[in-house]
Design a protein around this ligand. Structure first.
Ligand code: GLC
Ligand code: MG
Length: 532
């Protein structure tokens, strides 16, 4: 296949914007849509292809937008529908696609549907949510737990039943077995497709359907005392239920009716279960998110094995994807350290499949310690201290002026104290910065289809090294990554290793000839253009 036969979402790179923290245009301390519009030139300069925006819909913000009270409008804190239309047209004018976050599993408790549903047992919308009587002896109907702490069942005094919430009690789960719910939600997707959005990231999608017999979840034999309480049980009756697949196929038919759109799913499941979400009998998601690089320990052997297993398990025609970070997980530079974060960037952007870059990772942003009185994420309270996600959601660091140029007002979360050094302005002209590395990797990937859509072949490597080949009919590249802090040599008998360095994570070796072996400094990764 030539590069032109691939879809944009196969060759492109997705950039994840957390709108509250990207750019504030009106001084309320919260990022907004006009702010994002003002930074599109930066994203174009960086060289990404699409932006995914965490939710921008009207929301009481119990979970910062993941509790939606109207699926077809814009929350005033982010701007207006006109601002949104302008964002789409300005992005498209720069060749950038726009993806929205579709919170399908649950609404806000303030959504009119839920208000109606909870108003009476006889409400026509009662069955739009999951209501149950107490257990025979009283108390919640079964042992199901909320991912955000405590029972997943919330008592409603007025109507004398419990409702189910996989996340906060402010986020009641929709009953996706009800065809009216399906229609209403598909209508909402249609609304945004009509406005020109290029696809959706489907939030918490593996939670969509729960067991129709409401069986108790079994205990998790691997539960460790410091794990969040949710992990006490195996969520086999609350997630990954078989009836989800026809619903995803229905969403896919809708997306396909609009042409070249993409459906991405947030799914935390082991790879052998994840791959089912490409579609069992008919096409479902284009990209079920693959979080292995986020979840695995940063160990060369574990990572190389995970890549190989994933490649091997992909069903025919399924397109891979890779993620290094998101708004729910500690930042990569904090997990692996700043030196290895550069190696991680090279890995992310040279693997086969669609990469997603989390905003700020390209300038090496780290988790920011948030003083207790400034904490915003409800998980800090519901799950417990240290489980809050504020540290990875702090404002983007644009320059060295007050508040890093993010806002003229009071930022909703504190900024990292390192922003005078780690900011876009300082790094964009620095030939050795991590931002320059990201930009060069993105440019190389764009110029060389072998690196985006080419074949992947694992190469033998030992200890702290990861090595693989990326090739199409025109070019072959060796990628060799040193996960350790000692000098290493990589050589490979299977490979006529002759070529020149196209890029090093140190940004100082381009054009260097290599023959027989390649020397890797501590924390160094290289892309070698092979010559036959
Ligand atoms: C997803 C989101 C997370 C949110 C949760 C509930 O996991 O990524 O931020 O809190 O769903 O909507
Ligand atoms: Mg604002």
């Amino acid at each position: 296949m030539s590069a032109e036969q691939y879809h944009w979402w196969q060759q492109g790179v997705i950039y994840h914007v957390y709108p509250r923290s990207f750019m504030d245009s009106d001084g309320d301390g919260i990022g907004d849509l006009p702010g994002i519009v003002g930074r599109l030139d930066y994203l174009q300069w960086l060289g990404v292809d699409a932006i995914w925006l965490s939710p921008i819909f009207p929301s009481p913000m119990a979970d910062f937008g993941y509790d939606v009270s109207d699926y077809t409008a814009i929350d005033p804190v982010f701007g207006t529908m006109e601002d949104f239309d302008r964002l789409v047209s300005e992005a498209h004018a720069r060749g950038l696609r726009v993806l929205l976050d579709f919170v399908a599993n649950h609404t806000s408790e303030h959504h009119p549907w839920f208000l109606e549903s909870r108003s009476s047992r006889h409400s026509p919308k009662r069955d739009w949510y999951i209501w149950r009587d107490p257990a025979p002896g009283g108390g919640p109907p079964n042992n199901w737990l909320s991912a955000f702490g405590g029972s997943a069942w919330e008592w409603d005094d007025r109507t004398g039943q419990y409702y189910y919430h996989a996340f906060l009690k402010e986020q009641p789960d929709l009953n996706w077995r009800n065809p009216d719910v399906q229609q209403a939600m598909l209508d909402a997707m249609r609304f945004w497709f009509e406005r020109g959005v290029d696809g959706f990231r489907l939030d918490a999608i593996w939670h969509l359907i729960k067991d129709d017999q409401f069986r108790d979840n079994p205990p998790n034999p691997d539960y460790k005392p410091n794990d969040p309480p949710y992990y006490r049980l195996l969520p086999v009756f609350t997630t990954d239920r078989p009836e989800i697949h026809p619903i995803l196929a229905m969403m896919r038919r809708l997306a396909d009716a609009y042409g070249d759109r993409v459906l991405i799913g947030e799914i935390y499941l082991p790879v052998e279960r994840l791959v089912a979400y490409y579609g069992m009998h008919e096409p479902e998601l284009h990209l079920p998110y693959n979080f292995q690089l986020v979840l695995l320990p940063w160990d060369a052997r574990r990572i190389q094995a995970a890549i190989d297993v994933y490649e091997a398990l992909l069903p025919p025609g399924a397109w891979p994807n890779w993620v290094l970070g998101n708004h729910d997980r500690p930042r990569v530079a904090s997990r692996v350290g700043r030196a290895q974060a550069r190696v991680a960037a090279m890995l992310l952007l040279t693997l086969r499949g669609t990469p997603t870059v989390y905003y700020g990772d390209e300038i090496g942003m780290v988790n920011v310690e948030i003083p207790a009185e400034a904490a915003k994420d409800p998980l800090e309270h519901t799950v417990g201290h240290g489980f809050g996600r504020d540290p990875e959601r702090t404002p983007m660091q644009w320059d060295s002026t007050p508040n890093a140029g993010f806002t003229p007002g009071d930022p909703w979360l504190p900024l990292s104290p390192d922003y005078p050094v780690y900011n876009v302005e300082a790094q964009r002209t620095d030939p050795r910065s991590i931002l320059t590395l990201y930009r060069r990797l993105l440019a190389l990937r764009r110029a060389e289809p072998a690196l985006s859509v080419g074949r992947y072949r694992s190469l033998p490597a030992e200890g702290e090294l990861v090595a693989y080949l990326r090739a199409d009919d025109a070019q072959r590249f060796l990628v060799a990554l040193n996960f350790g802090s000692w000098v290493r040599r990589y050589s490979c008998r299977q490979l006529g290793l002759r070529g020149e360095i196209a890029l090093s994570t140190y940004l100082d070796r381009e054009g260097e000839r290599v023959e027989g072996e390649v020397l890797l400094r501590p924390d160094e990764g290289v892309v070698v253009r092979l010559i036959d």
